[in-house]
Design a protein around this ligand. Structure first.
Ligand code: NCD
Ligand code: ZN
Ligand code: ZN
Length: 409
């Protein structure tokens, strides 16, 4: 007898099937079958509901420590759960930053006690191979290079090549030209390198990356953030100008359409929120702090594109769930026997408007305020445990991806 059976419409094997039974045993999916089957407690979905894999977000800033007034690990991961995201990968630009094994260990201890969803960490730019090897042993996901780190690019590339540490880059040199920075980075890549471009926002950047992906023997991947898919500087309402300040800045309508087309064309590999909360006063000051929260609405925004007929559901599930889980090497992101039961029930007949005052994030503003959405998170399971059900159900329980990998295999 299963611990729980979820019965109803579900996304399985790349398509939606009307009547599926997903059996959960402990942390795992123990079977997926057509029709209603099995015995044990049952969650019966209604006609408007759809069971999907929950998402893995490779780019979030949970702040905490000296910036706990902006967000902390508990509120940030609660926002993740509320958005149907059950694994997050943190960026290292905390205060103090995560740029050593010592800081990484300390951060992991904090996450172990406070995170509601599973987690991993991108370590900051390291100068020595030994440090990188140590960070990998502790489970660091990859090494993040910020614009200021690009001055020492050769040294970081050496560390990455010698240790096998993957790279993630914020490609904006001082002055903020993304295509120019992307061009420079691509010219330095060699066969065997593994580099992920964070939050790509310009058509010109993506075109160069597309060519490099085809030709160069390096593993090049691309992340796109919802604000670069759906918002542009040209279409921006004047009263959200400060709220929508972000790095890289919002681009033109043509840029955002091009990045969006990269989802179907497979040049964009991952959708990541770049959840970057600040205090409202910091957003309203001059200049405005770049970034805003995104964890709670990324999945609903993408599903709304599907419900309005602009995007295939298989494409969005791949970029939000499957591909990022594969990047981390964990069995998540698909409703499949033997995978972790990381699932989300969506109401696909919802009609609601984004309202940041309801966010679980400490940052209660968004450039998407008021935007009509057609999909709403109902319930979220993280490794078989109900973590969100119209409200947060747990106080913690998130685990390090590194540990999950060891346990699984
Ligand atoms: C991020 C932040 O606030 O930490 N801000 C942003 O505008 N995206 C930093 C970053 O991701 O570059
Ligand atoms: Zn960045
Ligand atoms: Zn970021």
């Amino acid at each position: 007898m299963a611990d729980l059976r979820i019965v109803g419409r579900a996304f399985v094997d790349g398509r939606i099937l009307d009547e599926i039974t997903v059996e959960i045993d402990g942390e795992f999916i123990s079977s997926v079958s057509v029709g209603e089957s099995g015995s044990g407690p049952r969650l019966l979905l209604n006609k408007g509901q759809l069971l999907l894999p929950s998402a893995t977000d490779l780019h979030v800033h949970l702040r905490d420590w000296k910036q706990a007034y902006k967000e902390d690990v508990f509120t940030g991961t609660s926002a993740a759960a509320a958005g149907g995201v059950t694994t997050v990968v943190e960026m290292p630009n905390t205060l103090p930053p995560i740029r050593s094994s010592g800081a990484l260990k300390e951060r992991l201890e904090l996450l172990a006690t406070r995170a509601v969803v599973d987690y991993s960490i991108h370590i900051g730019a390291l100068e020595s191979v030994k440090d990188a090897v140590e960070a990998l042993e502790l489970g660091a996901c990859s090494m993040k290079l910020y614009p200021t780190d690009l001055e020492r690019l050769e040294s970081h590339l050496r560390v990455s090549r010698m240790s096998g540490m993957r790279l993630v880059v914020h490609a904006e040199l001082k002055g903020g030209d993304e295509p120019e920075t992307v061009k420079m980075l691509l010219s330095r890549m060699k066969v065997g390198d593994d580099i992920r471009f964070a939050h790509i926002s310009r058509a010109e950047s993506l075109r160069m990356i597309e060519l490099a992906k085809m030709g160069l023997g390096a593993r090049i991947t691309v992340e796109a953030a919802p604000h670069h898919l759906f918002l542009s500087s040209e279409e921006l309402d004047e009263n959200v100008r400060k709220i929508s300040a972000v790095r890289p800045p919002l681009a033109s309508r043509a840029d955002r359409h091009y990045v969006f087309s990269g989802l179907g064309a497979c040049s964009v590999d991952f959708i990541a929120s770049d959840h970057a909360p600040h205090a409202l006063e910091e957003k309203m000051s001059e200049p405005s702090a770049p970034g805003f929260p995104g964890l709670e609405i990324t999945y609903p925004l993408m599903l709304t594109e599907w419900l309005e007929g602009r995007l295939e559901i298989s494409v969005l599930v791949k970029k939000l769930c499957k591909a990022p889980a594969e990047y981390l090497g964990i069995p998540k992101g698909e409703i499949r026997e033997g995978f972790y039961a990381d699932l989300v029930v969506f109401d696909t007949r919802a009609r609601w408007n984004v309202s940041a005052k309801d966010f679980l994030s400490k940052a209660k503003y968004t450039p998407f305020e008021g935007r009509p959405l057609l999909a709403k998170v109902v319930s979220v399971f993280r490794r078989g445990e109900l973590v969100y059900d119209g409200g947060l159900m747990v106080k913690g329980g998130g685990m390090h991806v590194h540990e999950l990998k060891q346990r699984y295999g």
